[in-house]
Every structure is written in C-alpha cells, then in structure tokens.
Design a protein around this ligand. Structure first.
Ligand code: GLY
Length: 418
C-alpha cells in the first residue's frame, strides 16, 4: 500500500516496518486494540482515509470491516459473517459439505464430553485422529496423533480439555488424520471475481524436519510456474474450483467476502481434501505472493472494493519466492520476556534479501526487541529458482541479523511432509 499511497496504520504494537512506511509516506500511526472497530473507524475518519484493508483473523472475526463500512469507510476484507469461514471450522466443514463433500475428511463436531467420546470412538475406529478447536487459535490449536498426541486416547483428552475450557469456541472437530502433501492458495477476490496466484507451501512445524509443535508458520515458499513438486496443474485447478464454490456460496448467502482467501489442501491418493479456508492472506504465505506481485496494490484493493477485480491488475513475476521467519526461542513452546536482536538493513539489502518486522519493536536505531511470543521478523528472497532464493535468505540472515532468534534452515526444501 505504501508503494503508491500514504500508509496510515492502526496496530497492536509499534511494528517497525509499518512505522517506517507510514513515516516515509506521510501517514499516521496509532497503537491500540486491533479488534476495536470503533477506535479503528474513528482513526480512519480522523485521517480522512479513502480505503482500508483489514487482513488479520481476530479483527475480521470481531467485525472491524463491518464497523468501517458502517462509518462510511471503503473497506476491503470480509465482514464478520464472511469471515466465519475461518473463525468457525464447523461452518467451513458445512460449506465444503455442500459444494464438494468428497473434499471433507471424515469428521464430527463435539460440543460436550459425551459427544467427544462418541466422535473419537466412531471416527477413531478407522485410524489416528486430528483434533481441531472450532474457533481461532493463532494457528497453534490443531493437534494430530503422531506429532502432537500419543494416540486416540490422548486425542480425546485434548478434545475434553478444549471443551472444558470453553476457549476457542468451546467445541472441537474430531477428524480422521490425513498424511499427505499440503499446499495453500492465496485466492484474491472482490466477492465475485477471483484471481489465483501461484500455489504456496508452508512449514508450520517449529523445528527443521517438520518436528515440534505446530506454529503459525515458520516459513513458506512458492515456485516458478506456480505449481509445486507434488502438485499437478489439474489438481491446482480442482482446488481453485473448490475455492470458487466457497466464495460463490458466501456471496449468494449474503456474507460479504473481499480480500484474500488462504485455502489449504491435502493431495491424497483419493483426491483433494480441504484442510481449512482462512479469511485473509496466509502468514507467511501472503508475503510470498506479495513479493512476486508486480502491479499496484492500491489498484487491486480499489477493484476489490468495487467488485471490479480482474487478472490484469494482478501481474506476478514468474520466480521462486521464499520467506523465513525468525522467532523468539520460546515461540510455540512457552512464554518469553522479550529478546534483543540487531538488524543491519543495508547488509541485508546487499545480499538481495528483504525484511518485514512482525512481533518486534525498535529500541534504538538498528536494535530491536521481540514482543510477546510470536514471530519476530521475516526474511524474504525471490530468485529464478528456489535454491538461489534459499541461498539469498541464508546470506541475509548471516550478514544482517544478530541476537537471540531462531529459524528453520530447511525452508524451501522439498519434500518436507510429502
Ligand atoms: N500459515 C497459516 C496461516 O496463516 O494460517
């Protein structure tokens, strides 16, 4: 947005990238509760902004887009009802059941301990399970027998824990575990027309080799040609058809959905299975796509807000794109008091890599501190092929970042999880 507009940013902490871009383009910044629709709308009105983009799960679920629209602000992003496709996994399964039932895994919803026992017994009779809280969990709620849970008995224990806590929707999906390669598509839409950029592949597990707990994503990549080593064009097209079906259903049922739908799929021997549909760019997969994007994002947002999106507004470089997240050592493992690190942006630029800060604040020029226990910063590289992008990202980290951060050194390696 800052490439062709003044960027005004309302954010939860002073994100150094957003602060820098706002300052450079003459925009304002505010720190506040990103789920407070009134505060955000007042900020937008006060600064006379002409287009707002809301692209995070919690604010979308809290109805920030609805609030902006109510205040007469042009806003891109789904309304609370549109974003139910993400904040209610039961709703997502019900939509897939309408448009492509064979793309759902075997599943059951459990809201009570008895329902959980019955579901684990029934679905678990055929093999290991995955347990998914129905509500939002910041990407850290899904637990799978094998990597996270010893057996289906432990899966039941986790289901009972979620139901008992009342958190994350207080209910779970009990699903058959699927072991198959996964990919995501960052479909861009105005609610009617859809543009499909290259497929993306993410690395959700905390440690190299896909070990450790699930995270919001330790990195991701996209390849030249738009496909992946295990993904044929025909399968990609099939996934696009499912996304078309979901977006049409939302549109026909009056659930306004504009912006990006990050939809995840398994490629199984028996066909595609939908993992989830998010109501926003995947993080970090959206960074892969924006690194390849070669147009004017304000034109795209404008078209998304007026139902006039077309593919010619979304040119993409035919390159590999790689994102590696650097995180606090405790990320996805425990709590953190904040870690200090330094970044030499010139040294990183000299390698051809680039950075985006995430959960970090600037303490003094070039010195930063992690905030909370999320991901601190992303290093991005694009190149003719993925090996070259990996090498640029590794050089960028080596040349420009010091301190207490960890990252996976196998981002861009296939076949992780395939
Ligand atoms: N990387 C997965 C997500 O954004 O939900």
């Amino acid at each position: 947005m800052a490439e062709s507009s003044a960027l005004h940013a309302f954010m939860g902490h002073a994100n150094p990238t957003l602060c820098h871009l706002a300052a450079r383009t003459g925009g304002a910044v505010a720190i506040g509760n990103v789920c407070d629709g009134d505060a955000i709308s007042n900020f937008a009105v006060d600064h006379d902004i002409n287009l707002a983009f809301v692209s995070s799960d919690d604010p979308l679920a809290a109805g920030v887009v609805d609030s902006l629209l109510d205040h007469g602000i042009r806003a891109v992003g789904p309304t609370r009802l549109g974003s139910e496709i993400e904040w209610n996994k039961e709703f997502c399964r019900s939509v897939i059941a309408r448009i492509s039932p064979e793309s759902n895994p075997a599943f059951a919803v459990a809201r009570t301990p008895d329902e959980a026992r019955t579901a684990v017994h029934r679905i678990g009779a055929n093999g290991p399970l995955a347990i998914k809280p129905v509500g939002l969990t910041g990407g850290k709620g899904v637990k799978v027998v094998g990597p996270h849970l010893a057996d289906n008995e432990a899966a039941l224990g986790y289901a009972l824990e979620i139901i008992g806590s009342g958190r994350h929707g207080g209910a779970v999906l009990v699903e058959e575990r699927i072991c198959a390669p996964e990919f995501t598509i960052q479909a861009m839409t105005d609610g009617h027309s859809i543009v499909f950029p290259p497929a993306t592949y993410d690395y959700p597990y905390r440690f190299a080799g896909d070990t450790g707990p699930g995270t919001g994503g330790m990195g991701s990549c996209a390849l030249p040609g738009g496909l992946l080593p295990f993904l044929e064009k025909e399968t990609f097209d099939e996934a696009c058809d499912i996304i078309r079906g979901v977006i049409s259903y939302l549109d026909e049922s009056g659930r306004e959905f504009s912006g990006c739908m990050n939809a995840g799929f398994f490629v199984t021997q028996d066909g595609l299975r939908v993992i989830e549909c998010n109501a926003r760019f995947g993080d970090p997969e959206g960074i892969n796509i924006m690194a390849l994007f070669d147009g004017d994002w304000m034109d795209v947002l404008g078209a998304m807000s007026t139902r006039s999106l077309s593919a010619d507004l979304v040119p993409m470089s035919d390159k590999a794109s790689l994102v590696t997240y650097l995180v606090a050592p405790e990320y996805a493992l425990g709590t953190s008091d904040g870690h200090l690190f330094t970044v030499d942006e010139d040294a990183i630029a000299a390698t051809g890599g680039s950075i985006l800060f995430s959960s970090a604040i600037e303490e003094s020029p070039g010195a930063y501190r992690t905030v909370g226990t999320s991901r601190a910063m992303a290093v991005t590289a694009t190149a003719r092929e993925i090996g070259e992008a990996r090498s640029i990202a590794a050089k960028a980290i080596d040349a420009g970042i010091t301190g207490d951060l960890e990252w996976r050194d196998d981002i861009g390696v296939f076949p992780a999880r395939t």
